[in-house]
Design a protein around this ligand. Structure first.
Ligand code: GAP
Length: 521
């Protein structure tokens, strides 16, 4: 799909996603999932939990034998001792550079704010970069197309064209780090501002939401809504070791809410202030960390493909050395080609022993692993290294929605169909009586009630059968089951497959098993 508009409208119309507290005008960066959306996101999280934790050794082979490691789950509290965030570096370092416009009162992320000059060709055929007037525009890492950057400045661009006797702008020159430079900043025209020079110098803005615990609101009662689920895993590392029989290598996974006071929430649910993460910390020996890093980056890429994302829309991008956090030995992103640009779904990082070491230093608690297999006495106690695949449930859900959105034709009739993978589809099967007479609704309701014990099913008897199919196509329902005249004589039903619209007759008694096989693939 090439624009988000149609998807956003479908998700609203069909009850996937609503703006948060909409009747009060909404709340920027917050979203609610409606009846179809909650089921879809729950299925995304369920697929992650099964494929990463409970059935992790069923689906994959690769470097290292998946059956040779244990995976366990965790659900830690959203609120944690604030010293956790000092140890992790979030209190001092989890910030984005921010600039404010004094005139419009808009706030921007300085690293996503593009300052540019237009390149014109004058009537004399000379290429001229008009750098005496700089334009600013919020855009993510230069991904914003030229027309979009220029659009808000039409009037001023026309004035320049007139004064220079120039034609249409040919291209743009991006001026690197312009906001750091007082002189360039003073010449930059911010979006919506009347005159240049209204932007403040960039300053660090901590993204953690602060709150207070208990009755007193002072520095001793400060707490933070967690900005990631990962630290909950690190601080429970020893608890898990002491209460289970896991041995290195092993992983601890967690799914849960995280909060970030993003300066510019944008692109629908992509950058939200409240979102859910699906994170796993995989603990291993230092010497094995590079191989496990390679294993997890491939495996996590394949997870999205296994759930229906087209490989041509998915990129596994290794970070440049300059992008790496100081403690990270390596990092790669799984990125999706969204209509608004290629952007991160998940990061896979080799974090070495940074986090455990920080928590050990801060608390004075010995978090070292005791390796009874080590040959030498002095090699028995050490801090494991960690590979962290950190995914976003909301971003994954958005990517699955984007990839599923399809407009095609069935019998010369246009339809919109969400080609969601059956494991993710909110409703797996919809049951219809062909008509509301001759006992068909009674039989259909009985079949529906039996089916919903096994899988997520829906029942619909209203309207023409074609319209009922279209509604389920938009909801992404992979199978529609129709009860017709023949059902009443031989107890078979028609199963219609969403993408091909192919139909086949199946005995009502075998229906649940037949659908379960189709869904599992
Ligand atoms: N523990 C590492 C960590 O949190 P991250 O790259 O900051 O790494 C991991 O976050 C994932 O969480 C991202 O790849 C993304 O899918 C999701 N995520 C991060 N910030 C988000 C936001 N503001 N809105 C939605 N999802 C977000």
């Amino acid at each position: 799909m090439d624009s988000m508009e149609k998807l956003v409208s479908l998700t609203k119309r069909r009850g996937f996603v609503f703006p948060s507290s909409e009747i009060y005008g909404g709340l920027n960066g917050c979203w609610d999932y409606g009846p179809l959306g909650v089921a879809l996101k729950r299925n995304v999280k369920q697929a992650w939990w099964e494929d990463m934790i409970t059935r992790h050794d069923e689906t994959e082979t690769g470097a290292g034998s998946p059956s040779a490691y244990a995976m366990v789950g965790l659900d830690s509290a959203l609120l944690m001792n604030p010293r956790v965030w000092e140890a992790s570096g979030h209190v001092s370092g989890f910030s984005d550079p921010m600039v404010d416009c004094r005139e419009t009162r808009n706030r921007y992320r300085a690293d996503q704010f593009i300052v540019f000059a237009l390149v014109f060709e004058t009537q004399e055929g000379v290429r001229e970069t008009v750098a005496d007037m700089l334009f600013g525009s919020p855009g993510e890492f230069g991904k914003t197309p030229l027309e979009e950057l220029v659009a808000p400045h039409r009037k001023r661009v026309r004035a320049i064209q007139k004064s220079r006797r120039a034609g249409e702008a040919l291209s743009i020159d991006v001026i690197a780090n312009a906001l750091e430079n007082d002189e360039l900043r003073a010449r930059t025209l911010a979006p919506g501002a009347a005159e240049p020079g209204t932007l403040t110098a960039p300053r660090a803005f901590n993204l953690m939401f602060k709150t207070y615990i208990g009755a007193l609101e002072d520095s001793s009662s400060v707490a933070y809504l967690r900005p990631e689920t990962a630290q909950g895993i690190f601080v429970n590392f020893k608890n898990v070791l002491d209460t289970t029989r896991v041995k290195l290598p092993f992983g601890i996974g967690q799914i849960g809410k995280a909060f970030r006071n993003e300066i510019n929430p944008r692109n629908f649910t992509f950058r939200s202030r409240e979102f859910e993460q699906m994170e796993m910390e995989f603990f291993c020996r230092a010497a094995d960390a590079p191989a496990w890093y390679a294993y997890w980056r491939e495996r996590r890429y394949r997870w999205y493909v296994s759930l229906g994302i087209r490989p041509e829309n998915l990129v596994l991008r290794e970070h440049e050395d300059s992008e790496l956090a100081h403690y990270a030995a390596a990092c790669a992103d799984v990125e999706y080609r969204f209509p608004f640009g290629q952007s991160e779904l998940e990061g896979i990082a080799n974090r070495a022993d940074f986090d455990l070491r920080q928590h050990m230093q801060m608390t004075g608690k010995d978090l070292r692993y005791f390796d009874d297999q080590a040959a030498m006495e002095e090699e028995r106690r050490y801090l494991p290294h960690v590979i962290e695949p950190a995914a976003g449930a909301d971003r994954a859900t958005l990517a699955f929605l984007c990839d599923a959105y399809t407009e095609d034709e069935v019998g010369n009739e246009a339809r919109t169909v969400m080609k969601l993978h059956p494991r993710l589809a909110p409703v797996k099967a919809a049951v219809f009586p062909l008509v509301r007479k001759e006992g068909m609704p009674d039989r259909a309701r009985a079949i529906y009630r039996a089916l919903r014990r096994k899988l997520d099913a829906a029942y619909d008897e209203k309207g023409a059968i074609g319209r009922r199919y279209r509604r389920q196509d938009e909801a992404g329902t992979p199978y529609c089951v129709t009860i017709d005249g023949q059902t009443l004589t031989d107890d078979t039903v028609t199963v219609r497959e969403r993408d091909s619209c192919a139909q086949r007759r199946v005995g009502a008694g075998q229906l649940a098993d037949y659908l379960a096989d189709c869904i599992e693939g």
